[in-house]
Design a protein around this ligand. Structure first.
Ligand SMILES: [Zn+2]
Length: 136
């Protein structure tokens, strides 16, 4: 989930989770893990919308108590829109990471079909084959 929060592949932590348009990539460019199995679209929007609505409402109430600023509702809606835009991608990434970790939806079939390989957190920690030893 932390890798997804940071926008990284949940399997390797190196490849980008999102493509250039803000959608989840079909597969990781670094390790090839299939990512299109996720079902994080609508739930991430709902969670981000819930959090953004709370942020907007709380800010509107806070503005009402502190200053006499007439367009409080507009300020609250603007803040809610900013919070929503900032939270959608990280929440979607966390949900993809959770679904990957729990092998939900198609991730379980992808895990069964791929050959077993150890999960490394960084690409530079992958072992390189040693040079053959020469007889002395
Ligand atoms: Zn990867």
């Amino acid at each position: 989930m932390l890798r997804g929060l940071g926008g990284r592949c949940p399997a390797c932590g190196v490849g980008a989770l999102h493509d250039g348009k803000g959608r989840i990539a079909r597969a990781c460019a670094a390790c090839g893990e299939e990512l299109y199995h996720h079902r994080a679209g609508y739930p991430a929007l709902l969670i981000a919308g819930l959090l953004a609505a709370h942020a907007g409402g709380i800010s509107e109430l806070a503005l009402h108590e502190v200053i006499d600023f007439p367009p409080r509702a507009i300020a609250g809606m603007l803040l809610a829109a900013l919070v929503f835009a900032a939270l959608v991608r990280p929440i979607k990434g966390m949900m993809v990471g959770l679904q990957w970790a729990w092998r939900l939806f198609g991730f379980q079939y992808a895990a069964m079909c791929r050959p077993h390989r150890p999960v490394t957190s960084r690409a530079d920690t992958v072992d390189t084959p040693e040079e053959p030893r020469r007889a002395a």
